[in-house]
Design a protein around this ligand. Structure first.
Ligand SMILES: Cc1cc2nc3c(=O)[nH]c(=O)nc-3n(C[C@H](O)[C@H](O)[C@H](O)COP(=O)(O)OP(=O)(O)OC[C@H]3O[C@@H](n4cnc5c(N)ncnc54)[C@H](O)[C@@H]3O)c2cc1C
Length: 454
């Protein structure tokens, strides 16, 4: 990982091998008595997880409540590691869709729950926040929004710079191993170095619980985990002619899984392991649970020409029979299929390579139309997409109040980001959920918003 976002030592509070009380964290004041009073009133907010959600929560909290002591505990040496690698190193910060209802339709899990949060902090608020903090965003043709700089480092520098300016305490290499709720309402955490740390309010923003063990902190405080399974993955397909097309993309296809409601339109990419591209990734997100139940062994149907009806294709074939009877069928691709793709589809339909339009029987034409509209591929497994993947599953949504991001089970406990059972399709939706839920949790913890509401 690039050293450029390792936190300098002066930002890191030294590890103390003892319980830290509130009085320890007082900010320097001239009179000891006053220092004690202010310190004892000062709220300590502990954030577990130095990712997008944890940072945005810290910023929102510190901006609203400069007197609070805010600590981000990160188990690795690096903050914002996923931001760094996201979007192929460019960080797809959000999506240029500024209608809240429409925005939420991009979340296979959390669609309903995220309506109220996005009304509080939406994609346009994200754009405005980053612009105001020196990171203007640009929109690509498909709606994805990236920093104009084209590098995720700008986002990291911005977030780190802002938390430093606000006095948030950053503690890398501080994994939280366990947590208990204290009788007085606060929390006591045990860190990976043996230290115990007390806090008045606690935000769990540890990212996706890829294994149930990663969700244990939430479980130990009374929460339930929806079982984790991957989302946003690509399909392993062994069909030889498809693999020979590795690298070929088709702009618009329709993919579906027979026997389910899963159906998606979009670009499809043949790879050396099978099928990828936006249509497959979206299908994997919406079908994360169903496909896991099938152990990733299922039949995939691909319609290579979803905008062409069988009648339209049939008419085109007749025209070719009349206009170019001597031409080989394999050499006359239908728009928008490439010649390589067309050739494979013709052969896969059972037609001989040397068949000419004049000799192309109606039965053979019918078989080719079937192949164009419903190629069948046995999927034998999944492979995680190297660009983006998230976890389906996590803290059960109905156990959290999405107006405040506070737990309904354990007052004073908050959640933000992927630790929750919410995830979006590709395109910037996962970061937007992290910014929004982090921002709301931070504002609530800062006070002024009615926490503890049912
Ligand atoms: C390769 C890749 C590329 C992606 N690209 C994009 C993209 O371009 N756009 C998009 O919208 N989404 C993208 N995503 C998804 C996005 O990165 C996540 O949804 C987002 O990072 C979630 O933010 P978070 O703060 O909830 O969790 P995270 O970013 O995962 O941060 C959680 C942090 O908590 C720390 N932690 C965990 N347990 C503990 C503990 N016990 N104690 C202390 N610290 C702990 C972790 O080390 C981690 O740093 C991508 C994901 C991947 C894997």
């Amino acid at each position: 990982m690039a050293a450029s976002f390792t936190v300098p030592s002066e930002m890191v509070k030294p590890n103390l091998s003892r319980t830290i009380n509130h009085a320890d964290s007082s900010r320097s004041l001239s009179k000891p008595g006053r220092a004690y009073i202010v310190a004892s009133m000062m709220k300590r907010i502990v954030i577990v997880g130095g990712g997008a959600a944890g940072f945005f929560a810290a910023l929102a909290c510190a901006e609203k409540q400069p007197d609070a002591e805010i600590i981000i505990l990160e188990k690795t040496a690096h903050f914002l590691a996923k931001v760094k690698i996201s979007g192929g190193g460019r960080c797809n910060v959000t999506h240029a869709c500024f209608n809240t209802r429409e925005f939420t339709t991009r979340y296979p899990r959390g669609q309903h729950e995220l309506i109220a949060p996005f009304q509080q902090f939406s994609a346009s608020d994200t754009v405005a926040w980053f612009a105001a903090n020196g990171v203007p965003l640009k929109t690509e043709a498909d709606g994805r929004m990236f920093p104009k700089s084209n590098t995720s480092q700008t986002v990291i520098d911005c977030l780190l710079g802002r938390v430093r300016a606000l006095g948030v305490k950053l503690r890398p290499n501080c994994g939280v191993e366990s947590v208990t709720k204290k009788m007085d309402g606060g929390f006591e955490l045990t860190l990976s170095n043996g230290e115990t740390l007390a806090g008045d309010q606690l935000l769990l923003a540890m990212g996706g619980c890829r294994t149930p063990l990663l969700g244990q902190l939430a479980v130990s405080l009374g929460h339930t985990l929806e079982p984790p399974v991957p989302s946003l993955f690509t399909f392993l397909v062994a069909t030889p002619w498809l693999r020979e097309l590795s690298g070929v993309a088709v702009e618009l296809t329709e993919v579906s899984v027979p026997g389910t409601k899963l159906r998606e339109r979009g670009a499809l990419l043949a790879t050396h392991w099978g099928l990828s591209g936006p249509a497959v990734l979206r299908l994997s997100a919406w079908g994360a649970r169903v496909l896991a139940e099938k152990n990733y062994q299922f039949m995939l149907h691909v319609n290579w020409l979803p905008l062409w009806t069988a009648e339209k294709i049939s008419k085109e074939f007749q025209a070719r029979q009349q206009n170019q009877p001597a031409r080989f069928v394999v050499n006359a691709p239908l728009f928008p299929l490439t010649s390589r793709m067309w050739e494979k589809l013709v052969v896969a339909s059972g037609a001989p390579r040397d068949i000419r339009w004049s000799a192309f029987s109606s039965a053979a034409q019918h078989r080719l139309i079937q192949q164009l509209h419903r190629s069948e591929f046995p999927v034998t497994g999944k492979s995680l997409n190297k660009d983006e993947f998230v976890t389906c599953g996590g803290v059960r949504l109905r156990e959290v109040n999405f107006k405040t991001m506070e737990s309904r089970v354990c007052p004073g406990l908050f959640f933000a980001g992927e630790v929750l059972d919410l995830d979006g399709i590709t395109g910037g939706f996962n970061f937007q959920a992290a910014w929004t839920t982090g921002w709301i949790a931070g504002r609530t913890m800062a006070g002024g918003v009615e926490a503890h509401s049912p």
